[in-house]
Every structure is written in C-alpha cells, then in structure tokens.
Design a protein around this ligand. Structure first.
Ligand SMILES: *[C@@H]1O[C@H](CO)[C@@H](O)[C@H](O)[C@H]1NC(C)=O
Ligand SMILES: *[C@@H]1O[C@H](CO)[C@@H](O)[C@H](O)[C@H]1NC(C)=O
Ligand SMILES: *[C@@H]1O[C@H](CO)[C@@H](O)[C@H](O)[C@H]1NC(C)=O
Ligand SMILES: *[C@@H]1O[C@H](CO)[C@@H](O)[C@H](O)[C@H]1NC(C)=O
Ligand SMILES: *[C@@H]1O[C@H](CO)[C@@H](O)[C@H](O)[C@H]1NC(C)=O
Ligand SMILES: *[C@@H]1O[C@H](CO)[C@@H](O)[C@H](O)[C@H]1NC(C)=O
Ligand SMILES: *[C@@H]1O[C@H](CO)[C@@H](O)[C@H](O)[C@H]1NC(C)=O
Ligand SMILES: *[C@@H]1O[C@H](CO)[C@@H](O)[C@H](O)[C@H]1NC(C)=O
Length: 789
C-alpha cells in the first residue's frame, strides 16, 4: 500500500490478525501513531516498510521472534525521543536474515546500544543518519562483515572512528559527516578497496590525511571538509583517477599542493579553500579538464595564475580570493563559456581587467582588494589604464573580432525582437510550471516547429512507439540537427506525470551512454489541446531490440557480433552505474529493456526513455525517495524485478535485475517473453539449469557461427574461439547473478561493470597472461578469475 494517501493509524492488533503476513509495505503515506506491539506476532514477516510516514513513539522491544525479517525500514518518521529509545536493536539481533536496517531521519536520541554489533552478519545497509544519536560508535561494528553502506551522518556521535573499520572490506559508502568525531582517520581505511564515497566532513578529526586512502582506487567522492586535518594532502590521494569530487576545505592543511599529472583526470569539483596551502597554484591542475568548480580561496598561494589553467574550459565557478597571487588576470578567462562566478578579490593582481563575457557582469565578478588593477567595464569603478600599462586585450581583438561583434550585435537585436514578439503572442496561454522549474538548460521549441519538422506527424517519420507516446524523426530548424521527437499521448492519464519524471531525471544527467535531451516543448496545439514533446539526439542505428531480433521483413539481416554485444553490455552497465551512483541524485531507470537501449552511428549504446524513472536523494544512501513520478507500473513484463510485483519499493537493485535479463537476452538471443517460457521456466531459470556445462547449447547460435576474417592462422582462430567460450560462461554467470530473485543477493552495477570490463580485457588479450595464471574453474558461487578484476 506504499505510495498512497492513507492516513490514520495501524490497528493495534494487526500482528495478531495477520500472523502469516510476510510483506507489509506502507511507505510514503500519512500514517501516524505508534508501531503496534502486536508486530511481534506477525512472526513470518520478511519485509516491513514503514518509511515516509509520521509514526511516533518508541519502537517495540520484543522483535526477537521475527526470525524471517530481512528488510526493516523506519526512516523518515518521528520515532524515538525517549531515553534508551534504540534498545529495540537488541531484540533484532536474533533476526539472522536482516540485511537492511534504516532508522534515518527520525528523533532517536539515545546512545547506540553495543548490541548493534550482534546484528545479523548478513547486514549490508545500516542507515542511522539525521537523528540525534549520541555516544560513541561501538567498536564491535567491525563484526558486520558484509556491510556496504554505513551511513551515520548528522548525529551527535563523539569519540573516534573505530580503528578496525578497515576490516569491513565490502564497504562502499561510509558517511559519518556532521558529528563530533575526534582523533585520526584510521590507517586501515586504505583496506577498503571497494569504497566509492567517503564523507567525514564536519567533525573534529585531526592529524594528517592517511596516505593509505590512495589505495581506495574506486573513490568517486572524498569529503573531508570542516575538520582539523594538518600536514599536506598525500600524493597517493591525488592519484585516484575515478575521483570526481574532492573536498578538503576548512582544515589546517599546509605546504604546496602536490598534484600529479593526470592523477585526477575526472575531477569535477575541487575545494581546498580555507587552509594554509602555500607555493604556486600547480600548473598540473590544467590536466583536470573536467573541472567545473574550483575553490582555492583563503590560502597563501602566490605567483601568477598559471597559463595551463586555460585548458579548464568547462569551469563554472572559480574562487581564488584571499591569496597572495600576483601578475595579470589571464585573458583566457574571457573565453570560458560556462563561467558564472569568478572571485579574484584580495590578491595582488595588477594590470588591465579584461572586458568580455564574465568580465561584463559585475555581479558575477569580484576583484576588489587588488590595488594595482585598472580598466575593465566602467561599473567596476577602476581607474583607466595609463598608456604605459600593458594593453594586451585591445590587441587580442583585431579587425575580424570587431566584425564578429558587429554581427553578434545585429543578431542579438534580431533575436531580442523575435523573443519579444514570441512572448507577446504566447502571453495569453498559461505557461507550464514544468518548464520554468527546469531552469534555462533546455531550449524550448514550439508546436509549429515540431509540426513542420515531422512533416505533420507523418507516418513516414514515425520511428517508434514508446510507453507514453510516439517517437518521430525530424529536422528541427532551431537546432539544425536530425532529432528524435517524443510526442506524449496526453489522453493517457499517466502521460503528463511521465513527462515530468523524464524532464526531472534528464535535467541533471550527462553521460556518454545516456541519450541526450536537446529540447522540450510544452504548449498547446492548433486545436487548443495541451501538447508536450521531448526532443532527443537522434540515434541512427535504432534500438538494440531490432538488432537482437531482426525482423525478416526488413532486410536488416546482419546481426551483432560478440564484441559488439559485449561493448553494448558495458555501455549500458556504465550508464546504470552512473545513474545509480554518480548523479547529483541517484536515478533508478525502472524500465530497462532492449527497446530502450539505442545505438548511435558508431554503435555506442545510449540508454533512453526515462518516463518511469525515480529520483532518490543521495544523502542517506540509495534508498530515500524524495521524488516520485507516482506511476503505478514499474517496468515491462519480463524485465521488471519480482519484488515490484509484490509491492516492494523501487531501488537500484530493480534495475540490476532488468539488466541481468537484458544481458541474458543479448547472449542467448531469446526474449524473456518468448513462448517457451511458461509455468516456472524463465530466462534466468533456463540459464541457471544449463550453467556451466551446457551453456553453449543455450547461447545465441548466431554467435557461434561467427567467423573472423581478420584472423589469419587457425591457431589464432581456435584461441579466439576458446576465449569467447570462456567469456560467454562468465557473461551468463553475471546475467544469472544479476537476475536472482532475492534482491539482496544482486550486486551493485559498479561491480557488474568492472566484471564486464574484465571479460572484455580478457577477450581482447589485454590481460592474457594474468588470466591464464589465475584460470580457475568457474562456478556460480565461487569467485571466478573474472571477479579478481
Ligand atoms: C502475541 O505475542 C505475545 C508476545 O510474544 C504473546 O504473549 C501473545 O500470546 C501473542 N498473541 C497471540 C494471539 O499469539
Ligand atoms: C532466537 O532464535 C532462535 C532460533 O534461531 C530461537 O530458537 C529463539 O527462540 C530465539 N530467541 C528468542 C528470544 O525468541
Ligand atoms: C553479542 O553476542 C555475544 C555472543 O553471542 C555475547 O557474548 C555478547 O554479550 C553480545 N553482546 C551484546 C551487546 O549483546
Ligand atoms: C589493513 O590495514 C592495516 C593497516 O594499514 C594493515 O596492517 C593490515 O594488514 C590490513 N589488513 C588487511 C586484511 O588488508
Ligand atoms: C598536526 O597536529 C598535531 C596535533 O593535532 C600535531 O601533533 C602535529 O605535529 C601536527 N602536524 C603538523 C605537520 O603540523
Ligand atoms: C606574498 O608574495 C610575495 C612575493 O610574491 C612575498 O614577498 C610576500 O611575503 C607574500 N606575502 C604573504 C603574506 O605571504
Ligand atoms: C569574493 O570573495 C570575497 C572574499 O572571499 C567575499 O567577501 C566576496 O563576497 C566574494 N564575492 C562574491 C561576489 O561572492
Ligand atoms: C550575471 O551574473 C549573475 C550571477 O551569476 C547571473 O544571475 C546573471 O544572469 C548574469 N547576467 C548576465 C547578463 O550574464
């Protein structure tokens, strides 16, 4: 009954009346009152989701009979607030199947009982964030050997980080931010090689940042701001290629900033502000070409702003204020198209202030406290540069520049009048709030333009029928590109919600394996009805579905070969990995299937159709839903995870299931909806029964016929074949393990992606000798050589 508008309380005798219930899902309603004591009589309960309500009071302390309990979610309620309000945890220690426990976002205020260490060793998710829990983190926590998510941020924990935290080798997310933890970061943190997010910001931690953190080579986000760390940042920590966010601001770090070339080539945000760094800004920073936000304020950096920073063309915000920088303001900053904030104040900069782009906007620019600057736009109120002062900028604008600015001036006048007229005409029709809430990121197109582009929605241009609308191909004059235009069927009552869901999901997404949205249209058609459309980049090679199951009528008889399929599988996995873990908010796609995987001209796969997507806030792991498209259906038959059918909550593991099915379909060549699958037989079962000895019999036979013209000798050919067979085994194994029925046994997409990359490296011989050395029998449970990567 989750995700509805129910109110009132849970009947006090519910557990007595429903002694056999095993799923009880009431998340996100308006329920209140206590959690009834009779819960303990529902002794077969496995999944209990009470999150997102207004339950209050204490949690019953007699839960030891709930032997079957696996997932217990109380987050986002008003529970707790009394003395010893977490003692019920002791009664959960008998629940040997518990793998998920969340108490986040409540009013728990007591001390965490040390019995937390005696919870099931199956526990993978422990969310206690956003409460007022005090006391120390029990050191016994290191018993929870399978823990992946350890989230305790925004509480009142004191004492130190458990010294043996490094024993929890499966940890992926550690979030202890905004507590009062003191002491040092334990060296053993470097043992957490699967860690991809570490957030210790806002504590009283001290000492140096351990170099062993450099062993965490999967880290994507490292947050150490607002502590008392001193010393410098170890070189090892500045060599973590996947790192995208590094926050060490508001500490006492000192010395030069030792950046390694290419060590952080994916870095997007770097915040080292409010420390005691000295020396020059390292010129190697220029190799972090993905940087968008660079904050170095309030330090003692000196010397010039290096010329190598001219390669940071994607910068949106740059703050170098309160340092000791000298020399001129680099002219290349004028060329940064995305720069919206530039603060160079309180330095020792000199010479002329440039005048274009960012330098024209006095509210986005700060240069005060540099006594030797001159020129710039008049609003800055600086003295004019004397004739003797260097005038580089004027020289940089020769005749051609003047001509261009003339053209731009005329064009902007023209555009201005166009928008004026446009606005005038549109003013009467009410503007959809969706568009304004999407910010200025998307260009808006009109109904008339779409009508023209699709040739009046002619069937010749129809390229697909999606869940909530038709997709047309067309050339939009405004963009000047061929685009795929998805027109929503608004008669279908869920379609408007799907439009909003898709807009929201795509607003913040940017990845090479996700289809790019170019534009949106929300207006009325010529008959006065609402009209909504989304404009995407066009994918000339259509969907994966048509490649896997070529239609005899169409002459498209070429099928994808092994390596093409493998590449597509990796593309889709990296898109999902990005969506789940690396977006601003975690996005669950909810409708992954081959017809939603599109191929561009280079056969690179792009995941599309976000009409059912759900967006989750990041702060408390991957389970807290802040947004919802409230769409009942969660996917397509054959691909939808079994727990959704039973009222389970949407989670990234649902996508992992769909991915497993997709992977099996790609290499077995059979749809999950094929006629042979009835009764209890499905794609997963079929694969599992054949694994490992008879896998070759269930593989898409077209793959086995594949010849490779590039291979000259027979020996190479045989070698390639046997390597392919081995890879197929691994792929089927991965497909099986992703699509297991039990949600908790599925891996994260990140793990899956790394395994697939391992398979590809092996196939292409990148790690030839390594693979041979480690060749071990493949089995379903045991680790295979592949998972060593
Ligand atoms: C419910 O559980 C309580 C505590 O274990 C027990 O005393 C009571 O007899 C149970 N009630 C029923 C109807 O089973
Ligand atoms: C704890 O679990 C065991 C079985 O694993 C059971 O026999 C025992 O009664 C349970 N303890 C309590 C207090 O319910
Ligand atoms: C945890 O379990 C162990 C062994 O079962 C027991 O000795 C210990 O007292 C328990 N600790 C707590 C805090 O319940
Ligand atoms: C964990 O880290 C510590 C300190 O860095 C080290 O001594 C220990 O051997 C590591 N343990 C494992 C299992 O890697
Ligand atoms: C860092 O701070 C600690 C005390 O908090 C001090 O003992 C140590 O010498 C400092 N290290 C450096 C490099 O300043
Ligand atoms: C600023 O840099 C200059 C040299 O460029 C140096 O002489 C001066 O001492 C520095 N000031 C501070 C406060 O570090
Ligand atoms: C620029 O930085 C200075 C000092 O850090 C700060 O006082 C000022 O408000 C900043 N300017 C803007 C526009 O934010
Ligand atoms: C100037 O900068 C402010 C703040 O970044 C921004 O809101 C405004 O749109 C900018 N104006 C122009 C004309 O770019």
């Amino acid at each position: 009954m989750g995700d509805n508008n129910l109110h009132g309380t849970i009947p006090l005798d519910f557990g007595v009346n429903l002694p056999n219930i095993n799923w009880f899902s009431l998340y996100r309603n308006h329920l209140e009152g206590p959690i009834p004591y009779s819960l303990c009589n529902a002794s077969r309960i496995e999944h209990l989701a009470l999150d997102g309500n207004r339950f209050r009071g204490s949690v019953p302390m007699n839960l030891e009979k709930l032997q079957a309990l696996q997932r217990f979610n109380l987050q986002d309620n008003q529970l707790g607030g009394e003395k010893d309000d977490m003692n019920f945890i002791t009664s959960l220690t008998n629940c040997s199947n518990l793998y998920f426990l969340s108490l986040a976002i409540n009013r728990f205020s007591g001390v965490l009982p040390s019995s937390i260490a005696n919870l099931s060793s199956q526990l993978t998710h422990l969310h206690l964030g956003y409460n007022q829990i005090s006391g120390t983190i029990p050191s016994g926590i290191e018993n929870l050997a399978n823990l992946k998510y350890f989230v305790m941020g925004e509480n009142h924990f004191t004492g130190s980080i458990p010294i043996h935290l490094g024993k929890l080798q499966k940890l992926e997310v550690v979030a202890l931010f905004d507590n009062t933890l003191s002491g040092r970061i334990p060296e053993s943190i470097g043992n957490l090689t699967r860690l991809y997010r570490l957030n210790l910001g806002g504590n009283d931690l001290q000492g140096s940042i351990p170099w062993s953190l450099g062993n965490c080579q999967r880290l994507g986000g490292l947050f150490l701001s607002k502590n008392n760390f001193n010393g410098t940042i170890p070189k090892q920590v500045l060599y973590i290629p996947p790192l995208r966010m590094l926050f060490v601001g508001m500490n006492s770090l000192s010395g030069p900033f030792p950046l390694v070339v290419d060590g952080l080539k994916n870095l997007e945000i770097l915040d080292v502000s409010n420390n005691k760094f000295s020396g020059e800004i390292p010129s190697t920073l220029g190799t972090c070409t993905h940087l968008e936000f660079l904050y170095m304020k309030v330090n003692s950096f000196q010397g010039n702003i290096p010329s190598s920073l001219s390669s940071l063309k994607g910068l949106k915000e740059l703050d170098l204020s309160h340092n000791n920088l000298s020399g001129q303001i680099p002219i290349y900053l004028e060329e940064f198209l995305f720069l919206q904030y530039l603060n160079l104040s309180f330095n020792d900069l000199e010479g002329a202030v440039p005048e274009h782009r960012i330098f024209q906007n006095a509210s986005a620019l700060s240069i005060q406290g540099n006594r030797k600057l001159c020129g710039g736009i008049t609003k800055l109120g600086l003295p004019p540069c004397s004739k003797l002062a260097p005038k580089k900028h004027k020289k940089a604008l020769p005749l051609i520049g003047i001509v261009i600015s003339g053209v731009i001036a005329v064009l902007s006048l023209f555009l201005l009048s166009y928008f004026f007229a446009h606005y005038w005409l549109k003013k009467s029709s009410k503007k959809s709030p969706i568009i304004s809430s999407m910010g200025e990121r998307f260009l808006e197109v009109t109904y008339a333009e779409i009508l023209k582009a699709t040739d009046g929605f002619s069937s010749a241009n129809l390229i697909g029928v999606g869940s909530f609308g038709f997709v047309y191909k067309g050339i939009l004059d405004q963009i000047g590109l061929t685009a795929a235009i998805k027109v929503l069927k608004l008669q279908q009552h869920r379609a408007p919600k799907s439009f909003v869901a898709e807009c929201k999901a795509l607003r913040s997404i940017r990845h090479r394996n996700v289809v790019k949205i170019l534009s949106v249209c929300s207006s009325i058609d010529f008959t006065g009805n609402d009209f909504k459309a989304l404009v995407f980049e066009y994918m000339p090679n259509g969907s994966l579905d048509t490649w896997l199951h070529p239609n005899e009528e169409k002459h498209n008889s070429t099928c994808l070969n092994f390596i093409q399929r493998l590449n597509v599988a990796i593309d889709v996995a990296s898109a999902l990995d990005y969506l789940h873990h690396d977006c601003e908010a975690s996005v669950v796609h909810c409708d992954l299937k081959p017809s939603n995987v599109l191929l561009d001209e280079d056969m690179v796969a792009h995941v599309g159709d976000f009409g059912l997507a759900r967006i989750f806030s990041k702060d408390v792991g991957n389970c807290y839903q802040t947004e919802s498209s409230s769409i009942g259906i969660k996917g397509s038959i054959g691909y939808v995870a079994p727990e959704y059918g039973m009222g389970g909550e949407v989670s990234s593991y649902g996508d992992v299931y769909s991915y497993g099915i997709l992977l099996l379909e790609m290499f077995m060549g059979k749809r999950p909806t094929d006629d042979i699958f009835k009764d209890n037989l499905n794609l997963h079962q079929l694969a599992k029964m054949a694994f490992p000895e008879r896998v070759i019999e269930i593989i898409d036979q077209r793959l086995l016929l594949e010849g490779n013209v590039n291979i000259s000798s027979n020996e190479d050919y045989n070698e390639m074949r046997s390597r392919m067979h081995e890879c197929l085994l691994s792929l089927v194994r991965i497909g099986i393990s992703c699509s297991v029925e039990a949600q908790k046994e599925r891996s994260e997409m990140r793990e899956v992606m790394l395994q697939l990359q391992g398979v590809r490296d092996f196939y292409l011989g990148v790690n030839k000798y390594k693979a041979k050395e480690k060749k071990a029998p493949l089995s379903l449970e045991g680790p295979s050589y592949i998972s060593n990567y």
